[in-house]
Every structure is written in C-alpha cells, then in structure tokens.
Design a protein around this ligand. Structure first.
Ligand code: PAF
Length: 278
C-alpha cells in the first residue's frame, strides 16, 4: 500500500497503467466498519482502490467541531492495509487549499435544506473537496455511504450537472446490533447517551412500519418519529423529514418513494440517520 501526500505522487501512481480501473473511497479518517464496507465493495469492483483521508476544513461551519473531529491516522492506515488498498492520499490542508485558493463548487437548492439548513456552507465544502478528489484520482467509481443520504443526493447531482466521468456507488448503512448507525461521532457518546441514541433508528423503523401498514400522511409519520425521540430524555431533534428522495422537498403524502431522515442531538452529540422508502 502506497501512502502519499503530494498530488503529483497520486497522479503518477494513478496513471502508471492507464488500462486499470480505479475505485475511490473518500473519507475523513477515523475509519469504522461503515468505511471498510465501502473499501471492500471498491476492492471487489475495481483493479485498484484508492482512499483519501482528509478532514476537510471547508465543510465544517463550527471551528470547535473541526478541532474535535476524531483522528487516528496510524490505525486508519493499518486497517486499510488489511483491506488490500493500493493507494492512500493524506494531503495537508495547504495542499488541498493553497494560499490563493478561491474556487468553490456549489450545488444550489438541494443543499439549502435539511443538513444544509442546519450547517450553512457544509455542502459547498463537500462538493468542492469531492471535485478536487475526482480531479486528482480520476476514479472510474467513487463510493459513498447511504448514512449521509443528502450528501449522496448532492454528489450525484453535481456529477450529473458537471459531467464528471465517475460512477457514484452507494453503500448500505452499517449498524450496531441495536440499530445505531455507525459514525465516527459515536465515540463521543457517554454510556447513557449511547443507549438513548438508538431512538433515531427506533423512530425510523416505527415510521417505516406505519408506512407499510398503509399510513401515507407525511405529517402523521413525522409526528410518530418525533414522539419516539421525545421519549429519550437526552435527545433533542434538530429536524425530522419526510422528503422526496431527489428534490428533498418535504412531502404532504408519501406516494411511492420517500427519504425518511433526521438529525438529533443526543446529550449534545449531533447524530443523523435515514431510511429510503420503500
Ligand atoms: O463523508 C465524508 O466523510 C466527507 O463528507 C467526504 C465525502 C469525505 C468529503 O470530505
């Protein structure tokens, strides 16, 4: 496994044999099984697998959140080596954003809703860094987790709108046995908060069950999710949403397809989760 910081090194490795297919898994490090399942999928579908590890400052709108983001490069590299990754890019902020940097990629409407409303500028940072990653690696396929459902919708929109020559592959949400979606932020939960954090998955599965029993009124389904969250004393919802899976517009009635999603603070730790219906 080769680990480089410089763009020229990544490019030289990438183009050593132009006929090979490349899969890229973009990450911010502190890897867990959710990332590793994407790496495994990339390994199975490509001749070569690249992973980027970069805590991207432009997607954080809270300096404390950026500073406190968990990091463990040594362990990440050990895990990636075991997965048979070929190439890892660990750039510095100065390499990604040199001093005169002033060019951003921005997807419009769909980035202003949900996570975008709660975290202004977040998706501008994501789409900018992902564009840069695509330009550096020029991967045939790039792998993202469904856990960040809106990120997937936004990146697919960007790829289509800007004609990137990369297929977006989406990996299923990886969960703990009790349903909590895997996230690098879970380490911040106290034991009590960790227990209560299952309220996100419980809320989603209850709404899903109601949908399956014929409930189509989106407001009733939203209220059902809010009730479950309300029962967890340490939990406070940021938003719950029942939206169209591509436009992300809130629905009145769930016809055939919908994205059920939510962001919840559990003892101050902001967690997100979602479910695609059906
Ligand atoms: O999902 C993430 O970890 C990040 O948003 C990504 C895609 C690596 C961009 O920094």
């Amino acid at each position: 496994m080769k680990v480089f910081t410089q763009i020229s090194e990544i490019r030289a490795e990438r183009w050593q044999n132009a006929s090979l297919s490349w899969g890229l898994v973009p990450t911010m490090g502190y890897l867990h099984q959710g990332h590793l399942s994407l790496v495994q999928q990339a390994r199975a579908e490509n001749d070569r697998v690249g992973v980027s590890i970069f805590v991207n400052p432009t997607q954080f709108n809270d300096a404390k959140d950026l500073e406190g983001y968990p990091r463990n490069l040594e362990r990440d590299l050990e895990l990636l080596e075991i997965e048979g990754v070929d190439l890892v890019w660990t750039p510095t902020s100065e390499i990604v954003y040199p001093p005169l940097f002033q060019t951003y990629v921005e997807v419009e409407q769909i980035t202003r809703l949900l996570e975008g409303a709660a975290r202004p500028g977040h998706f501008r940072g994501v789409t900018t860094v992902v564009s840069k990653l695509f330009n550096v690696f020029q991967p045939h396929r790039a792998y993202f987790g469904q856990k960040d459902a809106q990120q997937v919708v936004v990146i697919k929109r960007m790829v289509e709108d800007l004609n990137f020559n990369t297929d977006i592959v989406v990996g299923a949400i990886q969960r703990e046995a009790d349903g909590l979606a895997l996230s690098s932020r879970n380490v911040k939960l106290s034991p009590e908060a960790r227990q209560q954090a299952t309220c996100l998955y419980r809320a989603l599965t209850q709404a899903q069950a109601a949908y399956e029993q014929g409930e189509r009124d989106a407001d009733k389904l939203r209220r059902m999710m809010l009730d479950v969250i309300g029962q967890a004393s340490l939990a406070q919802e940021d938003y719950v949403s029942i939206a169209h899976p591509e436009t992300l517009a809130e629905l009145d009635t769930v016809e055939d397809r919908a994205l059920f999603s939510m962001a919840v603070f559990v003892d101050g730790v902001r967690l997100i989760d979602n479910m695609l219906i059906p």
